[in-house]
Every structure is written in structure tokens, then in C-alpha cells.
Design a protein around this ligand. Structure first.
Ligand SMILES: [Mn+2]
Length: 347
């Protein structure tokens, strides 16, 4: 891998003519894109669905059609060499904050190379590179569970969006600023055509009230899409809290697929509500269960990876927040095994 510095990323941005921004389809990926795009006022968005992993060259061909002179990949945790090799564009900058991956043919920026313990969302890195809208930076960083360095300034400027919230969870679950994070995440769900329109609309929004108060046509479009998904989400959340199962410190809930995934949001909020439980939320689709796993305090990534190996599943992520996929037929044994391993760790 070739490691790139902040100032060199900036000069690559300045020289870009037809850039493509590929990003993870959540608040952190989206906000990273908005900051970089705002800075150069050009570029095409491309969200990878459900954190999908750029794992083979099927997507490379589609991306080659854009004829980009440079590609920025933002907040995508896993990329395969095959995907990179399949790209016609040879100027590729990958900015990420997940586990370090060594690939040929990319300029790589990951704060974990220097400091494996550092937790720095991709939006925070992009804000360091180009500055830009503080509320967009705030959504990406807080959404990724970190208090931004500029929180005080943000709270002063958008007083009513924070009230007296101080902790991450108070901001996310009890305040309008948290609603903005949901608005961004829910807008990345649904039909591709609508997601595309959202990704092209969001850089045009000047302040959060444009969305929250539906002040402009653009703001209204984004708010209405949020409302639709929020209702679906609330139904699922209630179902989960009523019918989820528990063994020792593990809570789990499965739901059947339609087109939209809420596993990340559900796992996060249920963890907040249940306090001391490790929360597993899975969505069944074509014989597989794609899941999110959240822990309030004990590190879960290594345990998860170990158990996944036994069952030929895939997954990973952060110490307290992971995701993955497992065959549906293996689920009962898998979840038992996971509960057992967590219990061992606790005692
Ligand atoms: Mn992130």
C-alpha cells in the first residue's frame, strides 16, 4: 500500500476533474462525501449498499463506465484486490478508519496505521482535510459515536437541536440533532433512483432547518422520505422489544427481509434501551442472515470473528459494533455458541 498524507489528499482534490466518490451507505460515508464534494463542487456519488463490501470485480465494470479521473473511497471497511485491479482509473484514494487493510494500487489514509487504538470517523478525517459545513461534519462524527472536538461551537450555533444533551446517547436519542442522523440514514434506504436523487440533493442543503422544517422543496423531499422509513422502523423496533429473545447477556431478534435493512439502527437503539445487554439484530434474506451486533462495554469483535469461523460466516467491524453474515441453517447453533463465548468473557 502507498500511504498518503492529508495535504496530498487535498491537492488531489484540487486537481480532480471528474471524481467519483464511493462510500459506505451510512451517515459517516455520506457526510464524508458531502464535505469533499462541497469543497470541489463536483463529483458523482456512489453508495455501496448495506456496507457491501467491494469484494469482486462485478462493480468495477459498472464504475469504469463513469470514466472518472480519480476515485475517492470513503468509510468502506473491506475492499478486495480484485475490485481495485478491475478499475480502469488508476488514481484511487481510500480514506477509512476501520481495521487496516493492505492493498496494491491505492493511496491509503487510515489513522489506525499510526495508532491502532485511535477512533476517528471518516467524516472527522474529511473535515480535517477540507473543513466545510460543521453540521454535516457533526452528523457523520456523532453518528459514528464520537463527540466532535467542535461540539461546543455546534451547540452554541444550533442550540435548539441539542438542548442540554451532553452524552452521545442523549444527543442521538433525545434530541433533534439525533433526528438529523436518522434523516440521513433513512434517506440511504429504498429505491436506487430515490437514493440517487437524495445524494444529489443533500449537498445543496444550506442548513439543517431547511430539512427539519421542510423549508425548501429539497428539504421537504428529504424529510418526507425520512418520515416514510421512520414509521417502518418504529414498527420493527416495537416488535423487537416485544418478541426478542435473551440468553445470559445476549439479546437477539430476527426479522424477514423486504428491501430495507434497519439492523444497524435497531441494534444500536435496543442496546441503548436495554442498557447491559449485547444486542444482535439479523435480517433474513435468501438463506442468509445479515446482522449487526452491538455491545455496551465488552469488546466483541474478536469473539465474533472466532465464532464466525466455526460456521463459515463473515464479518467484523469495531470493538463494540460489528456486522456480518451467516447461513440461516446455522443460526441456532451460532447464536448459542456466541452466547456461551460472551458468558465466558464476562466471568
Ligand atoms: Mn465510519
Amino acid at each position: 500500500m502507498k500511504i498518503i498524507k492529508i495535504k496530498d489528499i487535498k491537492s488531489k482534490l484540487n486537481k480532480a476533474e471528474n471524481p467519483l466518490f464511493i462510500f459506505d451507505d451510512d451517515h459517516d460515508g455520506l457526510c464524508s462525501y458531502v464535505l469533499l464534494r462541497d469543497y470541489i463542487k463536483k463529483g458523482r456519488p456512489f453508495a455501496t449498499k448495506g456496507g457491501a463490501i467491494l469484494r469482486d470485480n462485478r462493480l468495477s465494470e459498472k464504475i469504469n463506465e463513469y470514466n472518472s479521473d480519480i476515485i475517492f473511497i470513503l468509510d468502506v471497511p473491506v475492499i478486495s484486490q480484485e475490485f481495485i485491479d478491475g478499475l480502469k482509473c488508476k488514481d484511487i484514494v481510500w480514506i477509512d478508519h476501520h481495521e487496516v487493510v493492505d492493498l496494491n494500487g491505492v493511496y491509503y489514509y487510515n489513522p489506525k496505521i499510526k495508532n491502532p487504538k485511535l477512533y476517528k470517523p471518516t467524516t472527522e478525517i474529511c473535515y480535517e482535510i477540507v473543513k466545510g459545513k460543521d453540521w454535516i461534519a457533526g452528523i457523520g462524527i456523532i453518528g459514528d459515536y464520537k463527540i466532535p472536538k467542535f461540539l461546543k461551537k455546534l451547540k452554541k450555533k444550533y442550540k435548539d437541536l441539542f438542548n442540554d444533551a451532553n452524552t452521545i446517547e442523549e444527543i442521538i436519542y433525545a434530541n433533534k440533532f439525533g433526528k438529523l442522523i436518522d434523516i440521513i440514514n433513512y434517506n440511504l434506504k429504498g429505491k436506487n433512483k430515490d437514493i440517487k436523487k437524495f445524494m444529489e440533493t443533500i449537498p445543496k442543503i444550506k442548513d439543517p432547518y431547511e430539512i427539519l422544517e421542510s423549508k425548501t422543496e429539497n428539504g421537504k423531499f428529504i424529510y418526507q422520505r425520512y418520515k416514510k422509513f421512520m414509521e417502518k422502523y418504529k414498527d420493527l423496533l416495537n416488535k423487537a422489544l416485544e418478541s426478542g429473545k435473551t440468553k445470559d447477556d445476549l439479546f437477539w431478534f430476527l426479522y424477514a427481509a423486504d428491501n430495507d435493512s434497519f439492523t444497524g439502527e435497531l441494534a444500536q437503539e435496543i442496546k441503548f434501551k436495554l442498557k447491559n445487554k449485547i444486542v444482535f439484530v439479523g435480517r433474513e434474506k435468501s438463506g442468509y442472515i445479515r446482522f449487526s451486533l452491538r455491545s455496551p462495554n465488552i469488546p466483541i469483535r474478536d469473539i465474533l470473528k472466532k465464532v464466525l469461523q466455526e460456521f463459515n460466516g463473515t464479518g467484523g467491524g469495531h470493538e463494540l459494533a460489528c456486522g456480518g453474515s451467516i447461513r440461516k441453517n446455522d443460526f441456532d447453533e451460532f447464536i448459542k455458541s456466541l452466547a456461551k463465548e460472551f458468558k465466558k468473557k464476562q466471568s
